[in-house]
Design a protein around this ligand. Structure first.
Ligand SMILES: *[C@@H]1O[C@H](CO)[C@@H](O)[C@H](O)[C@H]1NC(C)=O
Length: 275
């Protein structure tokens, strides 16, 4: 009892309400999931608040003789659920059409009513990353082993290679079809729509970029080892939005709510109860 009280006191002291600043606004933080492993590739479905993530087994990640083990999950009503009929590696949500796409090592799938991955297209392709912008019918996919980027038109079911991006490990696309990406832990760049040559962002350390998404204000947000940055299409210098005291592994937004993952945990940041 005494021990419990002591722990309780310490944890309330270390996280005062509304003590997290994102772009000057105060946020509260709660851990909505603790789980063994590294949750990555966060994506929320704003229609039902399901949060999709790929859970990486860290023991296998650190063992060179073994292929990295990962599973595709979603968090619903606080419960993690595994999508167990496919080797899921990433998910993307088409909020407008209420569809969830699951990337696997053997093609593109869509989540059906019974929460199973139902095969759609790109048989034999090892898809390692997906991004769905809100404003159009394109889904962006990164395909292993060369990590080339493709845009897939979901209406016409046509796939097109993005020629001017040599490789991508994480990516996001803004409302003007500018593509932001990180390649080989070397740099973070943007390929502006109709441009031939990507532009590199300054001030971001090598091998520090961890995840990218677009926030509720249509800003491209990079989660890096030292915090969150706003990547703008018209400035090489990103703007710092938030400092973090942990290394993030995934990020997604639902309006003003922000979700960040790190080793063993998914946090929700909310400004609702803050001034
Ligand atoms: C969902 O997809 C799985 C896998 O393809 C399939 O076996 C199942 O019948 C589908 N369920 C529905 C309701 O479509």
């Amino acid at each position: 009892m005494l021990r419990y009280l002591l722990l309780f006191t310490i944890s309330t002291v270390t996280s005062e309400p509304c003590s997290f600043l994102y772009d000057g606004q105060r946020y509260d933080r709660t851990a909505i999931l603790t789980i063994k492993g590294l949750p990555t590739n966060l994506a929320i479905n704003p229609n039902n608040k399901d949060i999709f993530f790929t859970l990486i087994d860290l023991d296998s990640l650190h063992n060179d003789d073994e292929q990295t083990k990962m599973d595709q999950y979603f968090l619903r009503n606080g419960m993690p659920m595994k999508i167990d009929n496919v080797h899921g590696q990433a998910a993307a949500v088409d909020a407008k059409n209420n569809k969830v796409y699951i990337a696997s090592d053997d093609g593109l799938n869509v989540l059906n009513k019974t929460d199973k991955a139902h095969f759609l297209s790109l048989k034999d392709e090892d898809i390692v990353m997906l991004y769905k912008p809100e404003h159009n019918d394109e889904l962006y996919a990164v395909i292993y082993p060369d990590n080339e980027v493709y845009s897939i038109n979901l209406k016409k079911n046509e796939k097109k290679k993005i020629d001017n991006i040599p490789c991508a490990f994480i990516l996001a696309v803004d409302a003007n079809d500018n593509i932001y990406y990180e390649c080989n832990a070397k740099y973070v760049k943007v390929l502006l729509k109709d441009f031939q040559e990507p532009i590199e962002f300054a001030g971001i350390g090598r091998n520090t970029a961890r995840a990218m998404t677009v926030d509720g204000n249509n800003r491209v947000v990079l989660a890096s080892n030292d915090g969150l940055y706003h990547l703008k299409p018209d400035s090489m210098i990103p703007r710092k939005l938030m400092n973090l005291d942990y290394i993030p592994s995934g990020i997604t937004f639902d309006g003003d709510d922000m979700y960040l993952a790190s080793n063993g945990v998914i946090y929700k940041y909310s400004a609702d109860e803050c001034e």
